[in-house]
Design a protein around this ligand. Structure first.
Ligand code: F6P
Length: 366
């Protein structure tokens, strides 16, 4: 008969490997006689809603989950306990802080600890709840790999694999038609997906948010790839990239509680800008969008997610609250949540892979 209860939830955008973490937690907990695992539906919403939406997670409910994309618990990147959206009489929306009420509710439900699997936004919520006394452990997820103090977040390698396969395909069609191809990839403010897939796919140009680009340098590289109109050029551009002195391409979201600009469209803009400065070759662009987040995790991400899951439960058992599990080769360690969210993990000028890419002649527009 279980005497202690840990609640698991997934927050923010989904990514491959979330289910593998849940499975790791449940399988590890099932080796202990006194722990029960429950899952909260759609991040913290399952506790905040009436009636509550909570499921019991046992070995049977996680069978086969290792390979499944998405999250069986559902997720959201809107609202949350500190900014719960409420509709006013005039149809506008406002937010209220329900964190204290939620913590009381968790006590009433007999929840001894919480494991929050999520990216920077979710771990900021973990930190704030931890500062209010909730026993919470964070697990870093995101395809963007923008969380500090962990070598990698799970989901990232799968996204890189998907982007690399896309470049492999675009290379053959680009070469057949003597075309310039621009592939737009995700990553928000971080250029990791673009940088890794540009190297793995053999791209000629890679434009990332951390390095504002000079479009003339991009044109120069394109022209260098052609002889008498024959040739092709593959460009990878991160959704958050911008020209020197320019702005990111995106629009404000109309979704209630969504706090980011919705990025997208930078590849189309680059294609138009290149035409405007006189590039005469055919230019086509492709947006991978959410294909980068869907489907089964790679073996690497399954392993990392599983390690995170097993260790996260062990942190709970050991009372290591206010920490986030992290991968620091060759160990899985714990880092204080406050440090993990203090600054994002971005591509820096001294980055080893950036050096390699430049050594290959990949142009970043700087
Ligand atoms: O943070 C993960 C991510 O996929 C970003 O790369 C992207 O900008 C964003 O989420 C898209 O969010 P949404 O799923 O809300 O469109």
């Amino acid at each position: 008969m279980a005497t202690k209860r840990v609640m698991v939830l997934t927050g923010g955008g989904d990514c491959p490997g979330l289910n593998a973490v849940i499975r790791g937690i449940v399988k590890r907990a099932s080796l202990e006689k006194d722990w029960e695992v429950i899952g909260c539906i759609e991040s913290f919403n399952g506790v905040l809603r009436e009636p509550t939406e909570i499921v019991v997670l046992d070995e049977k409910s996680v069978a086969g989950l290792l390979v499944e994309g998405g999250t069986i618990l559902g997720t959201t990147n809107k609202g949350g306990p500190f900014a719960w959206p409420i509709k006013n009489h005039d149809g506008t929306w406002t937010t209220v802080d329900r964190s204290d009420e939620m913590i009381r509710k968790l006590q009433y439900m007999g929840v001894d600890a919480v494991i929050n699997i999520g990216g920077d936004g979710s771990q900021r919520i973990s930190l704030a709840l931890s500062q209010k006394g909730l026993n919470i452990v964070g697990v870093p997820k995101t395809i963007d790999n923008d969380l500090s103090l962990t070598d990698y977040t799970f989901g990232f390698q799968t996204a890189v694999q998907i982007c690399t396969e896309a470049i492999d395909k675009l290379v053959t069609t680009a070469a057949s038609h003597n075309r310039v191809f621009i592939l737009e990839v995700m990553g928000r403010d971080a250029g990791w997906i673009a940088l890794h897939s540009a190297i793995a796919g053999g791209a000629d140009v890679c434009l990332i948010p951390e390095i504002p680009y000079d479009i003339e340098k991009v044109k120069e590289k394109i022209e260098a790839r052609y002889t008498n109109r024959r040739g092709f050029c593959n460009i990878v551009i991160a959704e958050g990239a911008k020209p020197i002195g320019g702005e990111v391409v995106g629009k404000a979201s109309t979704e209630v509680g969504y706090q980011h600009i919705r990025l997208g469209g930078v590849a189309e803009k680059l294609a138009a800008d290149l035409k405007n400065i006189g590039v005469e070759h055919d230019i086509r662009y492709t947006l991978l969008g959410h294909l980068q987040r869907g489907g089964i995790p790679t073996a690497y991400d399954r392993i990392l997610a599983t390690e995170f899951g097993v260790r996260a439960f062990e942190f709970v058992k050991e009372g290591r609250f206010g920490e986030m599990v992290a991968y620091r080769h060759p160990e899985i360690i714990g880092v204080p949540l406050a440090e993990a969210v203090s600054k994002p993990n971005l591509v820096t000028p001294d980055n080893r892979l950036l050096h390699t890419a430049k050594g290959l002649g990949i142009v970043f527009g700087d």
